[in-house]
Design a protein. Structure first.
Lengths: 550, 517
């Protein structure tokens, strides 16, 4: 393969990962600004001018939307740095938010310009599948685009929620926003990864950024413990993953996921090496997205990490991890369905039950939400185990609904934690319904959505995965999901009961709600309601996403 | 926007409008809620006026795409059964709001919860799409949970969580059944589900899943245990709506979904026409057990509210008996009995609430000789109690008697045993009445108990008028209900059979009838 292409200049389809280029570029620029210290403004002006030049060049190529995005972002970033002079942290968070917004814009542009014509070609039978770029390394399909949407929407919601919180705890560092953006780049890339090498690089990229973010609170032992645990288990998971990939390469002679699928399809009896490879890949990703029995790090890490980081991890990492799982399993290991579908179904069942049951006995709100996120990983896994197109789009859709919901719930925890300056236990929620009714109402909305009560986003998500499960004859798994939902509803209700049915304790500190936090929380809550009541638009997108790139 | 959507949206609009009001301005909040609920009632009267009672099937339908990817739509319509239940709901809600007029604690949340609850219940009755139905079913949970949990009695937290989890478990099993129906028909449309024609084994499983959901709600023995707790702990308004309307959702679910979609399973579960396990008429047995068990337990209650709660278990047993006797007489009467139970038990809970406000106790032993001190209260209590125990001339009789009559034709033993429930009802209600109102007026508390105020009398008047009117002339009610019941029973395949012999039922294959036209 190398010999064929060595002579010609490789045609690099920049457009296929344009949002990641933008986000990573801004992350690097922000790091540069931080390093520049007193020369921040000249540095910004130089970078801004370079950005303007790039944008102008793009516009001259008639790439209106990317060009416009780059021009707008450069201009806004420069003027913001000058405008917020002396308040670098504020300009940092704004620039990072704008970058996420720009990335969303570019994703929309990709969808319309690249995906839609291809989908039409597929549906008219003109083309067998969607294109990949860079010789199969980067897929150009719905999984990639939908994951991008989920990841960047999460970034957009998490940044304002975390802004005041990290400063209150005095653990803010200028590297926070660049690290979030770099992690997001890795996540989006993972969703688009078309071969094992890119999968691995993306996994490592997002993991490294998250290791640092988890340990952000340097003087907080729990944060340090969480970071170390996350790092060690993450490293083990990566090792297993890469070993599994090596075995798959040994069995098939290729790292391209679609080609692996074809190679495995040729043999009648699956190769033992390949099966072992698949098993190791399952284990590796089960660590990353926290499926039982590879979940033990989750509660500690989610509890110890700064809350806004926890929100980001639980929402976006899951989305990215599951995107890769979907592509690997449906496209790469489709032939070995008999091996991994039962395994994954059992893992999903265990995850749902253990997540729900373990959460019942927790007292710490972040730990409760951590275990609940376990259960939710199990629900998402139903969609994967369904192994169908419906299951695929259901999983993607589920992860979007879960992302907005979980950001809203952790956002509410942030508001309570900010004044308490410590852990938030069940008792701290007492009487919140009276002292700050709006916050309690929004928190309850997100809890109802986690419990899957209509008309919230969480209900629509559960509906989709359960439907896919029933259609694929996994009714038993769906019934376990139902039982787990009832158990889970018990502790969501207990949180609500604390807020509304108990009286506030004397001298209980009032939660702090800042502008950024209320904006993020309100936006997430609005998303919960909108996705819950009129889901049609995004469901259609998720359905389109089910056509895979080969 | 059609009239049905208007009925559905009005309470929600009211709820949203009230959230914008100042929490301290309780008067505006109360008036606003009352106006919204009265407007809803008027709108439902318009539905009644436009409803054509000469034909069965669904009328005034409205349909709009909702989630096109799974063919779920916003589809509403009424038949005779849902119409009378709709009227009951919109009739009781303003009464509850006036009945709790003096409540001072967190009024805004209280009335908002009731308006949302009303909308959800109306949504359940009007939906013609399985998913839409499920959505409203679950939405109902949240306001009711809050009503019990925030404004309830001392043990409210336990009762609220129990209520929520029981219903949620049933609801989620229903979701699995709904998803299975969807996977077979490719649509959430009610019509498609009815016309699909499921195999007998499929039907038995689906019926079982829905049975859990609906039986919890009715409640059918032995999954009734949440009800006494919820009733005892709920505030008066909550109890009235719970008994008056929410319990009806279960029986309604049977009639709307279980019977038409799973006709074979219905006959096997209800009449025992199947093999082995299904050769026993389980639902008739459970209904009779519920009737007798509820009555006996009511007999020994010391708390008057718990007594009324257990009487609900008994009375709803009659409804279940009527529905699953599967002949026009009994099933129509079952629907009518739902209305009767809503009116008389609702009225009883209001009356219990009135005395509780005065005395802060519900122990029957604490009362005595009140007939002399509070004659108006005693008189109203007597009328309502008599209606509840099915005295001829009052509404209870017009429901329970035809139920027993119809059941007797199908299963003689069930009719005979059920009749004992009516006897026991007379016993526990009149005995309680005797202990509370007759005898000497002793103790300072009893001597200082004040009689009903004008507002409280005003609340009771419409209920008593309805109780007497239905008792004397139930025909208009039956005229609305019967064509719809006829249609449902035709779908089960027993419509034309005067279900005297079980062989006749066993032989008929389900004939699916389109009720759209």
């Amino acid at each position: 393969m190398l010999a064929q292409t060595a002579g010609a200049t490789p045609e690099i389809a920049w457009s296929s990962f344009a949002p990641e280029l933008l986000v990573a570029g801004v992350a690097l620029a922000l790091l540069l600004f931080t390093v520049a210290r007193d020369n921040r403004i000249p540095a910004t002006v130089i970078v801004g001018l370079l950005g303007l030049a790039l944008g102008a060049w793009l516009l001259s190529q008639e790439l209106w939307i990317p060009g416009g995005t780059v021009v707008g972002l450069s201009a806004l970033a420069t003027s913001m740095t000058i405008g917020f002079e002396g308040r670098h942290d504020l300009s940092n968070v704004w620039i990072a938010g704008l970058a996420a917004l720009g990335a969303l814009l570019l994703t929309g542009w990709q969808w319309v310009e690249v995906l839609d014509p291809q989908l039409q070609a597929v549906s008219q039978g003109l083309s067998g599948g969607l294109a990949t770029q860079l010789q199969g390394s980067v897929a150009h399909d719905g999984i990639a685009f939908f994951t991008r949407i989920t990841v960047y929407v999460t970034v957009l919601l998490v940044l304002p929620v975390g802004y005041g919180y990290l400063r209150d705890r005095e653990i803010y560092r200028p590297e926070v926003e660049p690290l979030v953006l770099l992690a997001a780049t890795g996540m989006a890339l993972l969703g688009a990864a078309g071969d094992l090498i890119v999968v691995f690089i993306a996994v490592e990229m997002l993991s490294f950024a998250l290791y640092v973010l988890v340990g952000l609170a340097r003087r907080d032992r729990r944060s340090q413990e969480a970071a170390l645990k996350y790092f060690v288990t993450g490293a083990v998971a990566s090792a297993l993953l890469v070993y599994g990939m090596a075995l798959l390469y040994a069995a098939t002679g290729t790292v391209d996921i679609a080609a692996i699928g074809q190679a495995l399809g040729l043999v009648t009896t699956p190769d033992r090496v390949a099966v072992l490879g698949v098993a190791l890949v399952i284990v590796g990703f089960a660590f990353k997205v926290a499926l039982v029995p590879f979940h033990l790090w989750t509660p500690d890490v989610y509890q110890g990490a700064p809350t806004s980081v926890t929100a980001f991890m639980s929402a976006a990492t899951k989305a990215a991890g599951f995107a890769a799982v979907l592509r690997l399993f449906l496209l790469g290991f489709g032939r070995l369905e008999d091996v991994w579908v039962p395994a994954l179904a059992v893992i999903a069942a265990l995850t749902m039950m253990i997540g729900a049951i373990a959460a019942v006995v927790q007292r710490d709100v972040k730990r409760i939400l951590a275990y609940s996120s376990l259960a939710h990983a199990g629900y998402a896994a139903i969609g994967v185990a369904a192994g169908s197109a419906a299951g695929l789009s259901a999983t993607l859709w589920y992860l979007l609904t879960y992302a907005v919901t979980t950001v809203a719930s952790f956002g509410a925890v942030v508001a309570i934690e900010r004044r308490r300056r410590g852990e938030v236990s069940l008792v701290d929620l007492k009487g919140l319904g009276r002292t700050s009714p709006a916050l309690a109402a929004l928190f309850s909305l997100s809890l109802l959505s986690l419990a899957g009560i209509p008309p919230t986003a969480g209900f629509q998500g559960k509906l989709a995965v359960f439907t896919a499960g029933v259609e694929s004859d996994l009714t038993w798994l769906v019934v376990i999901g139902v039982v787990s939902s009832v158990i889970a509803a018990f502790f969501y209700l207990r949180l609500m009961a604390m807020m509304f049915l108990e009286e506030a304790e004397e001298g209980a500190p009032e939660p702090v709600v800042s502008t950024g936090l209320s904006a993020g929380l309100a936006a997430a809550s609005a998303a919960i309601v909108v996705l819950g009541v009129i889901p049609a638009t995004f469901l259609t997108l998720a359905e389109q996403a089910a056509v895979l790139a080969r | 926007m059609g009239i049905l959507t208007l009925v559905l949206v009005l309470p929600l609009v009211g709820a949203v409008a009230i959230t914008l009001l100042d929490p301290q301005d309780t008067r505006s909040i109360r008036v606003g809620a009352l106006v919204a609920s009265l407007a809803t009632f008027v709108a439902s009267l318009v539905v009644l006026a436009r409803f054509d009672t000469t034909v069965g099937g669904f009328q005034l339908q409205e349909q709009m795409a909702w989630i096109p990817t799974v063919d779920a739509s916003y589809h509403v319509g009424v038949d005779g059964i849902s119409l009378v239940l709709l009227l009951l709901t919109t009739f009781l809600t303003p009464i509850v709001l006036i009945g709790d007029w003096d409540r001072a604690d967190r009024v805004k949340g209280y009335v908002t919860s009731f308006l949302v609850l009303e909308a959800a219940v109306i949504g359940v009755f009007l939906s013609m799409d399985l998913l839409l139905f499920y959505v409203w079913w679950e939405v109902m949970l949240v306001p009711m949970y809050l009503i019990i949990g925030i404004w309830g009695g001392d043990n409210r937290r336990y009762a609220a969580v129990k209520f929520f989890l029981y219903t949620l478990l049933g609801g989620l099993l229903m979701l699995v059944a709904v998803l299975y129906v969807f996977s077979q028909t490719g649509s959430f449309s009610y019509q498609a589900a009815v016309e699909h024609g499921f195999g007998v084994t499929e039907q038995l499983w689906l019926f079982g899943a829905l049975l859990v959901a609906f039986a919890v709600k009715v409640p059918i023995f032995p999954v009734h245990t949440w009800l006494p707790d919820a009733h005892t702990e709920a505030p008066t308004g909550g109890s009235v709506i719970l008994a008056g309307v929410l319990l009806k959702m279960g029986a309604f679910g049977f009639l709307r979904y279980s019977l038409p979609i799973m006709p074979d399973a219905t006959q096997q579960y209800a009449l025992g026409t199947g093999e082995g396990f299904f050769s026993v008429p389980w639902l008739l047995i459970l209904a009779v057990v519920g009737i007798l068990y509820g009555a006996v337990v009511a007999l020994v209650q010391k708390d008057i509210k718990r007594l009324v709660a257990y009487s609900s278990v008994s009375h709803m047993g009659f409804v279940v008996l009527g529905v699953f006797a599967l002949n026009v007489t009994a099933t129509s009467a079952g629907v009518v009995q739902m209305i009767n139970h809503g009116l008389s038990t609702g009225a009883l809970f209001l009356l219990v609430g009135f005395i509780y406000e005065r005395r802060h106790t519900r122990q029957i032993a604490a009362f005595g000789g009140l007939a002399k001190q509070t004659p108006i209260y005693a008189g109203l209590f007597l009328v309502v109690a008599l209606s509840s125990l099915a005295l001829p001339g009052l509404n209870g009789f017009t429901g329970e008697f035809p139920i027993l009559l119809g059941t007797f034709q199908v299963a003689r033993w069930a009719g005979v045993l059920g009749a004992f429930g009516a006897v026991l009802a007379a016993l526990y209600l009149l005995w309680a009445y005797q202990r509370m109102f007759h005898g000497p007026l002793e103790g300072a508390d009893n001597e200082n108990t004040s009689d009903l105020r004008w507002r409280e009398i005003g609340v009771m008047v419409p209920l008593v008028v309805a109780i007497v009117a239905i008792g004397i002339y139930p025909k208009p009610l039956y005229d609305i209900v019967e064509p719809a019941v006829q249609t449902v029973l035709e779908q089960v395949g027993v419509g034309q059979v005067e279900a005297a012999d079980a062989d006749g039922i066993r032989g008929t294959s389900p004939t699916t009838v389109t009720s759209q036209e």
